[in-house]
Design a binder for this molecule. Structure first.
Ligand SMILES: [Zn+2]
Length: 485
């Protein structure tokens, strides 16, 4: 077959229908080989640090920088081989192409193939309330978030926003999100259902709140437990879906509700837990007054068995030393949401403390308080936050925190976060020189870290050329098509 037809076949959305559903996910049986520059972290953690390095903070910082630089795998002229929904091979083009003489070749030279990006904390019902003026956390919730979430009592509205939300993820290169829905179980159903249509790995949960919010958004301890359990039975580990127990945050849950969710956490060891923690000083004072018997904010959750591996806490801006130590011991994860922290004036995340206490960190947008769906731009703001703290986060580390680092923290790195053989084929194709300015700034043979950094400052959804999920192209910028029409 002539090369041109092979190329158009593999890359074309017309021949690989966008409307991928459980019944028509048939992909070409033939292997597909994509040629481009490729970067990923094949391993889940940087090298073990020596005792010397651990004992000295500046050495520790240097250890991390060196380790991120050394552990990334880059193929300047690379090849990625996929078959059905699975990655089969990765390497230098010249070597790999020999091994697969029958593969359909798509040539994306000049572009970068990267693992699909992971957004570890965001709210799909807030898609419509992004970019509202002038509030900090508690009045933001009251004035914008709660009214927006009330609209999700209408199932049609939930279905419509779920589509818009997933399309926004796709056009920004995000292939997995850790998503808060609303108190309505049907809003969670709508999101899982839309993600399932394209075999997207989504982690989500029904928000639980039984006080300190409008009556229309309240459940009860019993209802929260029953509906969460039903959703776990229906969706957790079904297809690529994963469930997260999702109390919004301590102020909107009674002790009885947190206890009810803690029972589920104990019963279902591999479900995720997602909530918010120590985002804002007024919030922390409120938590202290609501839970006088707890030893601080984190302890409110800890008393109810909600602090453990696969617990993902949004923010953690104002933690005390005991809380840092406890998060590290528990193998829990903090979702660092820089655009949201700046937008709501919450504060500057302390990455050095996270490292010193071995706390997993994953980058996240926190849309709608976050100001973009784009994870590159999210790292751009993480870099600015870290500059204000005088300890800049390198582009290597930023890339790690939205791919393999996040996947490893969530114990999902055998499926997502990297481009290793036998993982699921979730990846993106990035066009670095997508407009006049980026073509001027980024040279054709620029190193990965320069491309990634420049795009983190200058980029937006225009740099994402294609987003592939489970071996299917689900978004193609050229054809302006999304999987979910
Ligand atoms: Zn949030």
């Amino acid at each position: 077959m002539p090369l041109n037809s092979l190329i158009s076949e593999a890359g074309s959305l017309k021949k690989s229908p966008l409307k991928a559903t459980a019944s028509n996910t048939a992909v070409p049986k033939r292997k597909q080989l994509l040629r481009a520059s490729i970067a990923h972290y094949p391993n889940s953690k940087p090298d073990n640090k020596s005792a010397d390095e651990r004992s000295c903070e500046s050495l520790y910082q240097r250890f991390y920088e060196r380790s991120y630089k050394e552990n990334i795998e880059i193929f300047t002229d690379g090849a990625l081989v996929i078959e059905d929904s699975i990655i089969r091979d990765i390497g230098d083009y010249a070597t790999v192409v020999q091994k697969y003489p029958d593969a359909a070749i798509s040539d994306y030279s000049g572009k970068w193939i990267l693992p699909g990006l992971i957004d570890s904390h965001l709210h799909y019902p807030q898609t419509q309330s992004i970019a509202n003026y002038g509030e900090q956390l508690l009045s933001w919730l009251e004035n914008y978030t709660f009214p927006a979430e009330m609209a999700f009592a209408d199932e049609e509205h939930a279905k419509n926003i779920a589509k818009v939300f997933i399309n926004q993820l796709l056009r920004n290169g995000t292939t997995t999100g850790f998503v808060f829905t609303t108190v309505h179980a049907s809003s969670c159903q709508a999101l899982f259902s839309a993600a399932s249509d394209i075999n997207m790995a989504i982690v989500a949960g029904k928000v639980c709140m039984d006080r300190n919010c409008p009556a229309q958004l309240q459940d009860t301890p019993e209802l929260a437990q029953r509906e969460s359990a039903d959703l776990i039975d229906q969706w957790h580990n079904k297809g690529r879906n994963k469930y997260a127990l999702t109390p919004r945050f301590a102020p909107t849950s009674s002790d009885a509700q947190l206890a009810a969710l803690g029972e589920l956490a104990t019963q279902y060891k591999d479900v995720f837990i997602q909530t918010h923690l120590s985002e804002n000083r007024d919030e922390i004072a409120w938590v202290n007054s609501l839970f006088p018997h707890a030893d601080g904010y984190l302890d409110v959750y800890d008393k109810h068995h909600l602090v453990r591996e696969r617990s993902v806490f949004g923010h953690g801006i104002h933690l005390n030393q005991d809380e840092w130590v406890r998060l590290g011991e528990a193998n829990a994860t903090l979702a660092f949401c820089p655009t949201s922290n700046l937008f709501l004036g919450s504060g500057l995340f302390n990455m050095e403390q996270a490292k010193a206490n071995n706390v997993h960190v994953a980058l996240a947008t926190d849309v709608g308080a976050g100001t973009t769906f784009n994870m590159f731009k999210t790292y751009g703001d993480a870099y600015k936050v870290s500059q204000l703290r005088d300890v800049p986060i390198s582009p290597f580390e930023g890339f790690y925190l939205m791919t393999q680092g996040a996947a490893a923290a969530h114990q999902l790195d055998d499926e997502i976060g990297n481009l290793n053989p036998n993982t699921t084929a979730d990846f993106i194709i990035v066009e670095p020189r997508f407009d006049e300015l980026t073509a001027l700034r980024i040279s054709e043979n620029a190193a990965f870290e320069d491309v990634f950094f420049a795009l983190s400052i200058l980029g937006d959804d225009r740099m994402i050329e294609q987003t592939w999920i489970s071996g299917q192209c689900c978004y193609n910028k050229k054809e302006n098509q999304h999987a979910l029409a």
